[in-house]
Design a protein around this ligand. Structure first.
Ligand code: HEC
Length: 122
């Protein structure tokens, strides 16, 4: 009887340890994935520029462009890191034209546009 109780206690503490460990790692990964362009807010000025340039291709996925709001596709592209994805927007990448046809856009505009399309700036 005592022995069985000890077994149960061991099992319980092991379970508690497992639960504690897995909830820790869960917190860490959500912090990492939420961080890309999360502080870049797309205000009216940014959205005006977006609708005159990026929208041409990124609303209906022209030439394979990642569609606005397709969060899964955007997460896949954001995985390369902020610096790399910004460089591709500025220099152009495959069918994506340099500056995304927005000659008046600053880097801060691009950051906010990407955050808007990827849905990371709630
Ligand atoms: C003429 C069409 C077109 C316009 C205009 C356009 N894009 Fe794109 N964009 C694309 C295409 C096509 C791709 C996908 C390229 C590929 O992966 O082959 C893309 C990809 C991207 C990517 C992901 C790049 C990567 O590394 O995966 C970002 C970010 C992006 N565009 C931002 C913008 C922004 C911001 C604007 C407006 C300032 C814009 N685009 C305007 C066509 C366009």
């Amino acid at each position: 009887m005592n022995c069985r109780l000890a077994n149960i206690l061991t099992l319980l503490s092991t379970l508690l340890l497992l639960v504690a460990c897995s909830s820790n790692s869960g917190q860490q990964s959500s912090v990492i994935s939420a961080s890309s362009f999360s502080n870049d807010i797309a205000n009216e000025a940014v959205m005006g520029k977006w609708s005159r340039s990026c929208a041409l291709c990124h609303i209906n996925g022209e030439a394979g462009a990642p569609v606005v709001g397709d969060n899964e596709e955007w997460q896949r592209r954001l995985a390369q890191g902020e610096e790399s994805i910004l460089k591709r927007v500025i220099e152009g990448y495959a069918s994506m034209p340099p500056l995304g046809y927005c000659m008046s856009c600053e880097e801060s505009d691009f950051r906010a546009m990407i955050a808007f399309m990827a849905g990371t700036n709630q």
